[in-house]
Design a protein around this ligand. Structure first.
Ligand code: HEM
Length: 442
């Protein structure tokens, strides 16, 4: 029980040295079986081979998000998930990512222009800056360009206050309720949800009436429904999937970029390699989505950030039927945890596991299969993987071409896990303009 309470405030502090090894372990909290799987083979068994038995999200996750997302893909399972997964995966698929390139480029350039209006050495909170940036990118991608500043802010603020209001541990589950207990719908939670739903409904209705942006993801969802009426996507289903993509598609990228600034500010030689590469590939012009395949160091820095600070540091599943995972007998209803935070820092899988070495990912080097899973793996792998990776690389390149970001010396950085892993109280930084690349600034 003490562990459970501690996990509520600081999820990362509950692990022991022996947990950072290739192993499977189990424990009980109030009689509930909890299994932690930390070896590539067994992870493969859970997420691929026996996917159907472990596809169900934990009651904590389902309960925390159901009021906001309804049966949205992130928390659905069974037939609903099977029917909606190909639909959502197609909308955020790699092949569509180039069409969102201009949104990524313009939004990031707008951020750089705003920073340009600040004095050199200005202090900002990198987490807030990156959260604003990625929320704007995903809002324009999902809802189209005409959402308007007011509505975009209403959705983003609504999600932020929703997430701070819901608790990520559902005590009811540990007290014996297999599906956990509904989250208490306080008046402020209801207000947040009402505001988000009303804004998204308006966008969907506009699109249905032909007044939407033709390149938006909502438009793609609607067109799909028109082609395949058997999908039965009504207004609520369209809203749930749009809200799901919006939610899943920005906090994670914001956390990644924030940790990247933190790591780069501590590793001058990596920062130099990134600057040199941007100068070599892009010269004077602003990086675009077409440059991304050439930005090998930028990609390696993002992947190494995802290894050290996986934005989703824990993947929690609920066992459907009794099963064996290695030599552990999983009981129906038990909680199975795959913890990228532990896996990515396991010494037998990564040499110097706590050190920042982006060259692990350069020149075609790849980690052992199922040892590096920041996007999960198997049929439930993040469908926005290409979108998120491309976006993070491009944002990094556009910003790093113009700015060095320095973490305030006085600030002690402490990771905290809510729905995502981020620095507690954000990341106070100072912004330092780089000379124009044509002048050969390093
Ligand atoms: C660096 C960025 C990202 C990271 C690290 C990330 C990570 C993840 C992870 C780990 C999951 C699985 C969660 C679980 O099984 O509990 C997931 C699911 C999902 N992600 Fe991402 N994600 C990122 C960006 C995106 C983006 C940009 C989008 C959309 C444009 C997106 C859409 C989704 C959706 C819809 C799901 C649910 C899939 C399902 O349950 O079938 N993600 N993501």
């Amino acid at each position: 029980m003490r562990l459970l309470l501690q996990a509520r405030t600081d999820f990362l502090s509950i692990w022991r040295a022996s947990d950072y090894t290739e192993t499977i372990s189990q424990t009980r909290i109030l009689g509930r079986q909890i299994i932690v799987v930390n070896s590539p083979d067994l992870i493969r068994q859970v997420v691929v081979k026996r996917h159907e038995n472990f596809e169900r999200k934990s009651p904590q996750m389902r309960r925390a998000l159901e009021f906001l997302l309804g049966d949205g893909l992130f928390i659905s399972d069974g037939d609903t998930w099977k029917q909606r997964r190909p639909l959502v995966a197609d909308i955020v698929h790699a092949k569509r990512v180039p069409s969102f390139g201009p949104v990524m480029e313009n939004t990031t350039s707008e951020l750089v222009e705003r920073w340009n209006r600040m004095p050199d050495g200005a202090e900002v909170n990198a987490l807030h800056e990156m959260a604003g940036l990625t929320a704007e990118i995903i809002a324009r991608s999902v809802f189209g360009n005409q959402l308007g500043d007011g509505s975009a802010a209403a959705v983003t603020e609504g999600f932020t206050s929703y997430q701070s209001l819901v608790d990520s541990i559902n005590i009811g589950y540990f007290l014996g309720f297999d599906d956990g207990l509904p989250v208490l719908r306080t008046p402020s939670l209801r207000r947040s949800v009402k505001r988000i739903h009303a804004t998204i409904d308006k966008v969907v209705e506009d699109h249905l009436a032909g007044r939407g942006d033709h390149n938006s993801m909502v438009e793609l969802l609607i067109r799909r429904q028109q082609r395949n009426p058997e999908l039965k996507l009504d207004l609520v289903a369209l809203r749930n999937e749009a809200a799901t993509i919006f939610m899943a598609g920005h906090e994670t990228t914001a956390a990644t970029l924030t940790w990247t600034w933190y790591l780069l500010s501590k590793a001058g030689w990596v920062e130099k390699a990134v600057h040199d590469e941007i100068a070599r590939v892009c010269g004077d012009r602003t990086p675009t989505i077409d440059d991304v395949p050439q930005l090998e160091w930028c990609r390696a820095v993002i992947e190494e950030t995802l290894r050290l600070y996986p934005p989703v540091p824990i993947l929690a599943r609920q066992t459907r039927e009794a099963d064996m995972i290695g030599d552990v007998a999983a009981e129906p209803g038990s909680l199975v945890l795959i913890v990228p935070w532990l896996l990515h820092r396991t010494e037998s899988l990564f040499q110097d596991p706590h050190h920042f070495h982006p060259e692990r990912f350069t020149e075609g080097r790849r980690p052992t299969p199922y040892s590096f899973i920041p996007f999960a793996s198997g049929p439930r792998v993040c469908p926005g993987l290409h979108f998120g990776l491309t976006e993070a690389i491009l944002c990094l390149a556009i910003i790093a071409q113009r700015y060095r970001v320095r973490v305030s010396q006085r600030h002690a950085v402490e990771p905290i896990c809510r729905l995502t892993l981020r620095p507690k109280n954000g990341l106070p930084v100072t912004l330092h303009k780089r000379e124009a690349p044509s002048h050969g600034a390093g």
